[in-house]
Design a protein around this ligand. Structure first.
Ligand SMILES: Nc1ncnc2c1ncn2[C@@H]1O[C@H](COP(=O)(O)OP(=O)(O)OP(=O)(O)O)[C@@H](O)[C@H]1O
Ligand SMILES: [Mg+2]
Length: 311
């Protein structure tokens, strides 16, 4: 039987760092430490941070590098038990009832048997939270509960219960309990605060925008085709633009998109016109674009060049 403490899990912080690296994820020691502990202690990891800083990616990389199944629950407003846990296949049940009625026209209906039949696992549609409780030959799965801040508090309360016992009661079937809890990663963009009770069940880590050095390493890992000079200049530019007073500063996702866009345009270094024309890859609000377009772009490029030279 595979367990949560199986030999495939990293046995040290260094091994965790290495695991992330294998998956193309450039993490720092603080992240590796909390991840290592979450795996070791079998506790959910609660990752909070700005948009596009690599929260979701951690769960994906973890599942890929550990060779586990990734089960993803994308949260949204109005998410309910039938989408998150299970629901009955009504159409299938109706069909089964009709067939049973037709078959038993002569002998009379055996109500109890039909009821047992339609409320069996055959007609149970399992959703992510229930699927995550099932054993898997590859070891316990990675359950990603993504963007929890988008759900309402009622769902959060339900989740709290699930994360305490890793069990679900389906009234018609009884209790379904995980023999070994899944590896749980919860993410939030902090559009609202998540309740303390839920956070208490988890280990917490705030993912910030990366330092220039780490962001350069991410660009190198994810966009290996682009030149050294362009890479350091564009990273320095993004680092500088994050200090501007903008409505929404770019995340790592935007940095990578911009790197691909500039590479596509055969850029070897930052050029004011090219930067101005591609600002829409980095900034997604017209007010933000208007703010930096023109003179400010030129200044930011100067700053970026100076910073890139000094690294
Ligand atoms: N440290 C990192 N190492 C490697 N790639 C990274 C890193 N951080 C971010 N990325 C890349 O940036 C992109 C965005 O990451 P991801 O989707 O995980 O961000 P997120 O924090 O979940 O964003 P959102 O809040 O928008 O959901 C992905 O393509 C991911 O590969
Ligand atoms: Mg995400």
């Amino acid at each position: 039987m595979t367990t949560n403490s199986g030999s495939t899990l990293p046995q040290s912080i260094d091994a965790t760092l290495k695991l992330l690296k294998t998956g193309g994820y450039v993490g720092d020691r603080a992240l590796a430490t909390v991840l290592f502990l979450a795996l070791k202690l079998g506790r959910p990891l609660f990752l909070e941070g700005e948009a596009g800083v690599g929260k979701t990616e951690i769960a994906k990389v973890l599942a890929a590098t550990l060779g586990r199944k990734l089960i993803r629950l994308q949260c949204y407003e109005g998410l309910d038990v039938s989408s998150a846990v299970y629901e009955w296949n009504y159409a299938g049940q109706m069909m089964a009832i009709r067939l049973a009625e037709a078959e038993s026209a002569d002998v009379g209906i055996d109500r109890k048997r039909i009821e047992e039949d339609v409320f069996s696992e055959r007609f149970l549609v399992k959703r992510p939270l229930l699927l995550a409780l099932e054993p898997d030959v590859a070891g316990v799965p990675v359950l990603l509960i993504d963007e929890l801040d988008r759900t309402d508090e009622a769902f959060e309360a339900y989740l709290l219960e699930l994360l305490s016992d890793f069990q679900v009661t389906v009234p018609e079937l009884g209790l379904i309990k995980a023999s070994h809890p899944p590896i749980v990663i919860i993410t939030s963009n902090r559009t609202r605060e998540i309740h303390d009770a839920l956070k208490r069940r988890c280990l917490y880590h705030w993912l910030d925008y990366p330092s220039a050095e780490r962001e350069l390493a991410i660009v190198r890992a994810k966009a290996p085709g682009i030149g050294k000079r362009l890479a350091s200049e564009l990273v320095a530019f993004v680092q500088a633009i994050r200090k501007e007073d903008l409505f929404k500063v770019p995340g790592v996702a935007e940095t990578l998109d911009w790197a691909s866009a500039l590479a596509e345009l055969d850029a070897v270094a930052l050029d004011p016109t090219e930067v101005s024309d591609t600002l829409g890859v980095l900034l997604k609000y017209q007010d933000d674009i208007a703010k930096v377009q023109g003179g400010r772009v030129a200044e930011l490029i100067q700053e970026a060049r100076a910073a890139a030279r000094s690294t």
